[in-house]
Design a binder for this molecule. Structure first.
Ligand SMILES: NC(=O)C1=CN([C@@H]2O[C@H](COP(=O)(O)OP(=O)(O)OC[C@H]3O[C@@H](n4cnc5c(N)ncnc54)[C@H](OP(=O)(O)O)[C@@H]3O)[C@@H](O)[C@H]2O)C=CC1
Ligand SMILES: O=C(O)[C@@H]1CCC=N1
Length: 258
């Protein structure tokens, strides 16, 4: 059992706590200044606290507050060199966190699918931290990257779930327009996205080969694919990803000027 504290139990922190509870390999302490946030996660963790000193005793401490609150939290956290501090905040550089703590700093870009242990995460570290590796492995898939690529990871797998939710909803709405029941359309759209993603992860075939495999000659799929290939969807998706990455770089600049 690795002792983990999650500081900030909002959207992301609560997803991490719920996912870790399912995996069952961590002793989790939840810390937040908002009592109602602690109440919402209480059944998924060993203890909740609003005492920062109690929160600071774990081997791994994850700071999951908004980027502009990170400095305040770091200033109140007394960690030692044998502890690990995990930062998840968009745009907050490792150097900035290092300047505020004696702990080993690991930067990750997680996502909301931590809740179901289907998280995609990118991690940047000077050397592998076994405690964090075990935590990430429990919550889904992760890749190791250089910190300079954190902005694009933030756009791809941090913001990415929102982009996919949007596409899923567009598919669902179109099916409802065609007459399908709302709930049935949601189940079919969501399971289709999940199954397609799982197929990409598990298959040896490329995405183009998989598209080909669905497109029967003179069948239905090719009619829909012709519409997508003729549209601006690929370029617009690229623009969305670039906008999110640009914002991550902007946030980082704010910390560099501190
Ligand atoms: N949401 C996402 O999908 C992802 C988020 N992230 C990163 O995770 C971080 C958190 O995002 P998110 O969960 O969406 O934010 P939320 O606002 O949902 O959660 C933050 C939580 O921290 C609490 N909080 C505020 N100040 C303090 C403090 N001083 N000490 C402890 N807790 C505090 C907030 O309380 P209150 O509401 O009362 O202010 C809230 O409960 C961000 O840095 C973001 O960049 C990374 C990847 C994905
Ligand atoms: O929107 C944000 O800033 C955070 C970081 C990635 C996902 N949510």
């Amino acid at each position: 059992m690795v002792d983990v504290t999650i500081i900030g139990c909002g959207n992301l922190g609560s997803a991490l706590i719920t996912g870790l509870a399912k995996a069952g390999n961590h002793d989790v302490t939840a810390y937040d200044i908002d009592e109602s946030a602690l109440e919402r996660v209480a059944s998924y963790c060993e203890r909740t606290t609003s005492d920062i000193e109690e929160a600071a005793t774990s081997e791994v401490v994850v700071v999951a507050v908004k980027p502009d609150i990170v400095e305040t939290v770091l200033e109140s956290l007394e960690l030692s060199a044998d502890q690990t501090l995990v930062t998840v905040a968009a745009g907050v550089p490792i150097d900035f966190v290092n300047a505020h703590t004696d702990a080993t700093v690991v930067r990750i870009m997680p996502n909301l699918a931590a809740e179901t242990a289907d998280m995609a995460a990118a991690v940047a570290w000077d050397e592998v931290d076994e405690g964090v590796r075990a935590l990430l492995a429990d919550l889904g898939e992760f890749v190791e990257i250089d910190e300079e690529h954190m902005d694009v990871a933030t756009a791809l797998n941090g913001s990415g779930p929102a982009f996919v939710f949007y596409f899923l909803q567009a598919m669902k709405r179109a099916a409802v327009e065609e007459g399908l029941d709302d709930e049935d359309a949601e189940v079919l759209a969501a399971q289709t996205v999940k199954g397609a993603a799982e197929t990409v992860l598990r298959s040896d075939r490329s995405v183009d080969e998989l598209i080909d495999a669905v497109c029967s000659p003179n069948g239905t799929t090719i009619e829909g694919m012709e519409v997508l290939w003729d549209s601006d969807l690929e370029a617009e998706t690229g623009d969305a990803l670039a906008a999110a990455a640009r914002r991550s770089r902007e946030l980082a600049e704010e910390f560099e000027h501190d």
